[in-house]
Design a protein around this ligand. Structure first.
Ligand SMILES: Cc1cc2nc3c(=O)[nH]c(=O)nc-3n(C[C@H](O)[C@H](O)[C@H](O)COP(=O)(O)OP(=O)(O)OC[C@H]3O[C@@H](n4cnc5c(N)ncnc54)[C@H](O)[C@@H]3O)c2cc1C
Length: 468
């Protein structure tokens, strides 16, 4: 029986993040009818710009780096402007024994032999990363071998210098995948670096955290959604997706692709020729696929999980660190906040610091009462910037793991062995169902740029099929 809210479209897009909305716009531009179903009462997913106690804060993604062409094109197309992160002055490093040192450049102020080890490892990793195609890391001749050894284990095989190891580990573990370095493979680490162009790019904070968007990065999904008007439906979590057609996108197993019916909250039912599932992969299994997805695909999804990081904002009456000649950039693999930056908002005379608390350190502080957690995190900022950091006017912790429609941050990665075993299949459509999210992107993996790239590629593949 047809529902009162039955909608018919060429393509139904599940998820109004950057990826889904990019795909929806591209398909519409190609002449296809679309509808986007979004579970939350807002668009943007992992992009969320909020006013908290009078301060404009980026709760989710915010930085743009110069290699992120797809995002940069999108910003230009949407008429959005960028500004540079404040970076004048010295950075701060806190060693394992608590010693605080100011420094400039990228290499942390460690003993000369440790600095030499760090530089040697960066060069070694740049060489390995150059051999890895971010679109097919599983095709590397040593992919299976690299996927069996953890990032931690591999580093410990390269050097006995613990501080060099801890610092190199940080660029991928705490800072990117937001998982402990024993929880993912060398291959996964190489993919992360290859998707950003090189390992050196990850070391260079001025590159990777270059620009911010005036008005906030959530402007991207907001403006993309505006173009789609009523074809974006909020509060419409998709609970069931019925599909018909071969498990192979081409219908090569003999079953013609017929289409999907998506059932969402609010009694919404969408019949479409194709679906794009544009969610982080840890949420795929929340949709009841009927019939069930093929064995290999279901298995692959079970080997993907999101990392965990708390993004902490502290807003002060003034950017007091600048008066001390500090840029605001700070690192320590040994502190609760492993990295922090000047995150002052464009045009706001106040000073904002942003710090990150990752994986097991996040577990530890989440086990504390809120006030104690705040005190510990601020003490960690004070280790870098001095006691003034203890008294912000505004304090906010983003907790993506508690968000029903994300459940972690920043993005998904495979467990040991998963990337070489399943990666090659991760974006292969299943009948009429296509997949699009930053978590599967070759370039811009885990980033907004990757979400946009995959949104475009997925839309182009569907447009091609619908033409044929
Ligand atoms: C704290 C944090 C900081 C980050 N920093 C940066 C940064 O500085 N630079 C950068 O480039 N990237 C950053 N990222 C990563 C970036 O934000 C993401 O990679 C990107 O926004 C993901 O886009 P997406 O469209 O793939 O997925 P999402 O944004 O997760 O979109 C998925 C959408 O699907 C919806 N949804 C889920 N389930 C259902 C369902 N069943 N039915 C309907 N809708 C559903 C969700 O509500 C969501 O809107 C950060 C992320 C976080 C969390």
């Amino acid at each position: 029986m047809a529902s009162a809210n039955r909608i018919e479209r060429d393509v139904v897009i599940i998820g109004a993040g950057a990826s889904g909305l990019t795909a929806a716009n591209a398909l519409r531009d190609a002449g296809h009818s679309v509808v986007v179903l979004e579970a939350r009462d807002r668009v943007g997913g992992r992009l969320w710009t909020r006013e908290i106690d009078g301060a404009t804060l980026e709760i989710g993604g915010q930085w743009v780096s110069p290699d992120q062409d797809a995002l940069i094109d999108t910003l230009a197309e949407l008429g959005l402007e960028t500004y540079s992160r404040y970076r004048e002055g010295d950075s701060v490093y806190v060693a394992a024994d608590g010693t605080r040192t100011r420094f400039t450049g990228e290499i942390f102020p460690v003993a000369p032999e440790t600095a030499a080890e760090i530089e040697r490892l960066i060069a070694l990793l740049d060489g390995l990363v150059a051999e890895v195609d971010p679109a097919a890391p599983w095709d590397h001749p040593r992919a299976a071998e690299y996927d069996q050894v953890s990032w931690k284990q591999w580093l410990s095989e390269q050097t006995d210098d613990v501080e060099a190891r801890d610092n190199i580990a940080l660029y991928i573990a705490e800072a990117m995948l937001t998982k402990p370095s024993h929880a993912f493979s060398l291959l996964q680490a190489l993919l992360m670096a290859a998707s950003a162009g090189s390992f050196s790019h990850l070391v260079d904070a001025d590159f990777i955290l270059d620009k911010r968007v005036v008005g906030g990065l959530q402007q991207v999904p907001l403006k993309l959604a505006e173009r789609l008007g009523d074809d974006v439906i909020l509060n419409a979590a998709v609970r069931r997706l019925e599909w018909t057609g071969g498990a192979d996108a081409s219908g090569a197993d003999g079953t013609p692709i017929q289409g999907v019916v998506a059932y969402a909250d609010g009694g919404i039912e969408v019949a479409a020729r194709r679906a794009i599932v544009a969610l982080p992969p840890n949420l795929f299994e929340r949709i009841d696929f009927q019939p069930a997805l093929p064995r290999l695909v279901q298995q692959a999804h079970q080997h993907l999980s999101l990392g965990l990081v708390i993004k902490v904002h502290a807003v002060y009456a003034t950017p007091f660190w600048r008066e001390q000649g500090l840029s605001g950039t700070a690192f320590s693999p040994y502190r609760i906040v492993h990295e922090a930056y000047d995150n002052s908002y464009d045009g706001d005379p106040r000073g904002t610091l942003v710090g990150f608390v990752s994986d097991q350190k996040a577990d530890d502080v989440f086990s504390l009462p809120a006030e104690e957690r705040k005190a510990r995190i601020l003490a960690s900022l004070a280790d870098y910037y001095g006691p003034e950091a203890l008294s912000p006017e505004v304090y906010f912790e983003s907790d993506w793991a508690a968000e029903e429609w994300t459940r972690g941050a920043y993005a998904a990665s495979y467990d040991l062995g998963g990337l070489s075993r399943y990666g090659a299949h991760q974006t292969t459509p299943v009948g009429p169902i296509h997949w699009s999210c930053s978590d599967f992107a070759p370039e811009g993996y885990q980033h907004v740029d990757g979400a946009i790239r995959l949104g475009r590629t997925t839309a182009a593949a569907i447009a091609e099929q619908l033409r044929g």
